[in-house]
Design a binder for this molecule. Structure first.
Ligand SMILES: C[S@@+](CC[C@H](N)C(=O)[O-])C[C@H]1O[C@@H](n2cnc3c(N)ncnc32)[C@H](O)[C@@H]1O
Length: 353
């Protein structure tokens, strides 16, 4: 039987859903803003929480804005187009703080102001679209079906031109990564302007006269290549042989890259390094650091550890686990993915000696 409840939204959870309470139970409602009152239909009920969809907006927030995308609400890509950009930044900051407090058990995490994206739309330099039986687009939010997408407003014009060209050639079923610039099929940063700001911030946090940089999970060496001048030697580690081949092309004399088992190589490098002159950057996938990598960083702490994360909960877990030998100096969120629920953050740690 359909159940509709009246809710007052008072929080925005990681992932972007508004949170209200009905009969003492948390109810998650997408596309709402705190302070709003909504009538919402319960779509899923569990012991400790429920999920619901807005039926009627009874009282709207001043932070509510008109989404720029006709697919918003149906497409699985964006979570925040209904919220002013300034307010998105506020909530992403809160969500990083909450992860550090609840999961990392940091009572007062040293959180810095979030670095906004110069472009709130039109920033993505690559997208992956899917094709099934003539439908070209993204997966829907609610069911595992494709939604036909003609244009993606968070993507750069050059990406949308690629999308138009792909649609015009009636592609076969499959997955297609469309890029603003052509390049190898390896990981690359998605928002150029914010990625540059992140690299600049990292450069500013490296102490003077360091001898060794280990760029772990380096991809094609995005960070290492921007920091060569600061180190006598830089080592990049990644398991993707194509990324490592791209990093090695045009490598300078003081750059070395290794494809393969990251933990073994990291341990070997740290064992023979002068740790007081060593900086390590880690930029792992959303799953965070492997348990073996956490163990090595605990046992052999470099003087500076810079952790680039795309997932606050795993960042918080890893900082709590690696943290004992380090002081957590700062955590800075970067809004690499406006309108979406994704959050990038940089943590700066210094070894306690
Ligand atoms: C978030 S990307 C970062 C890439 C790079 N730092 C950049 O800015 O372009 C994560 C990288 O980690 C690599 N990776 C993921 N798990 C790994 C593992 N267990 N060992 C080695 N590399 C791994 C992936 O191939 C990918 O290049």
């Amino acid at each position: 039987m359909e159940r509709v409840v009246d809710l007052q939204i008072d929080d925005i959870a990681f992932g972007g859903k508004g949170v209200g309470r009905a009969e003492g139970k948390a109810v998650f409602v997408p596309f709402t803003v705190e302070g709003e009152r909504v009538a919402a239909r319960i779509t899923r009920e569990k012991k400790n929480f429920a999920e619901a969809e807005v039926v009627r907006l009874e009282e709207s927030s001043p932070e509510r804005v008109e989404p720029q995308c006709p697919y918003f609400g149906r497409c699985g890509g964006c979570a925040y187009q209904h919220m002013s950009y300034r307010h998105q930044l506020h909530w992403k900051t809160q969500q990083v703080a909450q992860a550090l407090q609840r999961i990392g058990k940091f009572r007062e995490p040293p959180l810095q102001s979030i670095v906004p994206s110069p472009l709130a739309y039109g920033y993505r330099n690559r997208i992956t679209v899917h094709v099934e039986e003539g439908v070209v687009g993204f997966f829907r939010r609610d069911v595992h079906r494709l939604i036909d997408v003609e244009r993606c407003p968070i993507s750069a014009d050059a990406v949308n031109e690629e999308l138009a060209a792909l649609r015009a050639r009636r592609p076969r079923d499959g997955h297609y990564t469309l890029r603003a610039r052509s390049g190898p099929r390896i990981f690359s940063q998605t928002n150029d302007a914010v990625a540059e700001k992140l690299a600049e911030r990292i450069a500013s946090l490296i102490p003077p006269e360091q001898s060794l940089l280990i760029d772990a999970y380096c991809g094609a060496g995005f960070f290492a290549k921007r920091l060569l001048g600061k180190f006598a030697r830089t080592v990049g580690l990644d398991w993707d042989i194509h990324a490592i081949a791209a990093a090695e092309a045009h490598a300078a004399a003081n750059e070395t890259y290794f494809a393969g088992d990251l933990a073994a190589r990291l341990e070997a490098e740290l064992t023979r390094a002068d740790l007081s002159l060593t900086t390590v950057i880690v930029d792992p996938p959303a799953t965070g650091l492997g348990a073996d990598v956490r163990k090595i960083l605990r046992a052999l702490p470099p003087t500076t550890l810079l952790y680039v994360s795309c997932n606050p909960p795993t960042l918080a877990r890893d900082l709590a686990e690696v943290g004992a030998g380090f002081t957590l100096r700062s955590v800075t969120p970067f809004d690499m993915f406006p309108q979406t629920a994704e959050i990038e953050a940089l943590a700066h740690l210094s070894a306690i000696r």
